[in-house]
Write a protein that binds this ligand. Structure first.
Ligand code: GLN
Length: 538
């Protein structure tokens, strides 16, 4: 008998309804009642992981502590729950097939025909139960990517059907997230797409236990009754999920709708302890009552898609609330800026972030933005590629090393101040081969970062192939660009600062992956504070 309870979240009618936010919000409520909860995402595409995907495909690639390149929903899980996720929390179809095929080659199915059912479905089931079997969780929530009815989703839905049957109704339930569209011309909310979607699920032998209905207008009792009757669920299991002004409102909205109580009652778990959301609500209060506003420029080349820089945007929200200031983010496309328009492009900003990225496109605009921030005492925060850009800018414009560059952008640069890491030189495969996950870093005494972290050693998550070239370190330091964070084992420079500038910090790692509601990241908090100081001194 399993003691871990399993919740499956499927989606219907449309993609982008926010399954990740619903899963994270329910998890938050259950956690706030004292349950140990984790969330897992199953992605039906064939890439082994999203590390090889352009951000335009599915948004940013999130990186876990143990170095998994994952779907951005894992970022929501961590930001809501403040519990680290791992490799086991994100599985793709590619990964499932890869393990089944490897087993076949090892002879583990010797004599048998290897098939989608049972071999692929068994592998999916074992991936789902792997987290439960650690004994670390009372409840595992599994979000199935895609929309029911998709060809790619079929083996996952079949695995859910089998698991539900094996585990029994008290131990597993299905939440189906759908859309209730509002037809303006008719002035009505329409339930038909949801009825069809629930039927599609039923054709695969899966009944939805709870319906979460995304809607722009409140759902009346009549509509709830109709949905319950035609979708085979109890009326109290029809949960309205109305558009919210911030994703951080969703746990409270779900609480008001009773999503947690219906879940607990179906899983025969106690709801005696009310959820303790004191800290969470303190955050919401600060978020909604800012005392002032700062404008931060986010300079990158994927700015057309909000999801490309999801974790950075969320980290700024956390840091804004912490400082009781509204952070207005102005996205600036790095390909649209050059020497002639830089002052105009950055006008009115109180701080800038140069975003992570890969490849040559848009790089010169980023370097121009760094120069402007450095010369005009504008708070500067460079993340990963943004740190590398700051190093290149300093080399070109302060050290006068003409043509200095990263060997990623120009293999023939006369001054490769950013260069391929030694361990990367023999690597040819692109997937999962960057320097990934958490690495230690020692901070220099009396640096900005030592004060910000209030610690001598930190651990942050990475995703890169290129690094600060140590051969130039003496030149940089003599000219005022100081290395203030280094890896204790390799000496790799992870952080640079300009001590004579009000706030100029570049980090080779990604602090945005570690900012949560419970623990806003200290670097983002300090950067927003610096922007606030800048705005007050204008
Ligand atoms: N392209 C750079 C590298 O590989 C920076 C990567 C990033 O910004 N994540 O080193």
């Amino acid at each position: 008998m399993s003691t871990t309870k399993y919740i499956f979240v499927t989606g219907g009618v449309s993609s982008s309804l926010g399954k990740g936010i619903i899963a994270a919000s329910l998890a938050k409520l259950l956690q706030a009642r004292g349950y140990r909860v984790t969330i897992q995402k199953l992605d039906p595409y064939i890439n082994i992981d999203p590390g090889t995907l352009n951000p335009y495909e599915h948004g940013e690639c999130y990186v876990t502590q143990d170095g998994a390149e994952t779907d951005l929903d894992l970022g929501h899980y961590e930001r809501f729950l403040n519990v680290a996720t791992s490799q086991a929390n994100n599985v793709t179809t590619g990964r499932i097939y890869q393990s089944v095929i490897q087993k076949e080659r090892r002879g583990e199915f010797l004599g048998k025909t290897v098939q989608v059912v049972p071999h692929i479905t068994n592998e999916i089931k074992s991936r789902i139960q792997k987290l439960g079997k650690t004994g670390d969780y009372d409840i595992v929530i599994t979000e199935i990517g895609g929309t029911v009815g998709d060809i790619e989703s079929l083996p996952y839905i079949e695995a859910v059907r089998q698991l539900k049957w094996e585990l029994g109704d008290d131990n597993a339930l299905v939440i189906h997230l759908t859309l209730i569209p509002f037809l303006k011309a008719a002035g009505e909310l329409k339930t038909k797409p949801t009825q069809h979607s629930v039927k599609t699920l039923m054709e695969s032998g899966v009944n939805a236990d709870i319906l979460v209905c995304r809607t722009e207008h409140h759902i009346s009792m009549d509509i709830r009754r109709k949905l319950a009757l035609f979708c085979n669920v109890k009326q109290e299991a029809v949960i309205e999920s109305i558009d919210a002004s911030t994703i951080y409102d969703v746990p409270n909205l779900m609480l008001a709708e009773g999503l947690d109580t219906i879940t607990l009652s179906k899983l025969k778990l106690s709801d005696a302890t009310p959820p303790n959301l004191e800290h969470w609500n303190g955050f919401i209060k600060r978020l909604k009552n800012p005392k002032s506003e700062v404008q931060i420029g986010l300079i990158g080349k994927y700015v057309e898609l909000q999801d490309s820089y999801k974790s950075i945007l969320e980290s700024l929200i956390h840091a804004g609330a912490e400082n009781e200031v509204k952070v207005k983010v102005i996205s600036i496309h790095s390909e649209h800026i050059d020497k002639t328009n830089i002052a105009e492009s950055l006008k009115g900003l109180h701080g800038i972030i140069v975003a992570p990225g890969f490849g040559e496109r848009g790089v010169e605009g980023k370097i121009e933005a760094v120069r402007y921030a450095r010369e005009n005492e504008l708070p500067y925060f460079g993340i990963c590629l943004g740190m590398q850009m700051a190093v290149i800018e300093y080399a070109r414009n302060v050290l006068n090393l003409e043509g200095a560059n990263s060997s990623e952008m120009n293999a023939d640069t006369p001054y490769s101040v950013i260069d391929l890491m030694d361990e990367q030189k023999s690597i040819t495969n692109k997937g999962g081969t960057m320097r990934l996950g958490a690495w230690k870093c020692n901070l220099k005494k009396n640096s900005i970062v030592e004060q910000v972290y209030n610690s001598e050693t930190i651990e942050e998550r990475h995703r890169h192939r290129y690094e600060y070239n140590d051969e130039y370190r003496d030149q940089f330091e003599a000219a005022g660009l100081i290395a203030t964070g280094t890896n204790p084992d390799t000496g790799l420079v992870e952080i640079i600062e300009i001590p004579t500038h009000p706030w100029f910090v570049g980090v080779q790692y990604h602090p945005e992956y570690k900012s949560t509601v419970a623990n806003p990241h200290p670097l983002f908090v300090a950067f927003v504070k610096a922007a606030l100081d800048h705005s007050e001194n204008e």
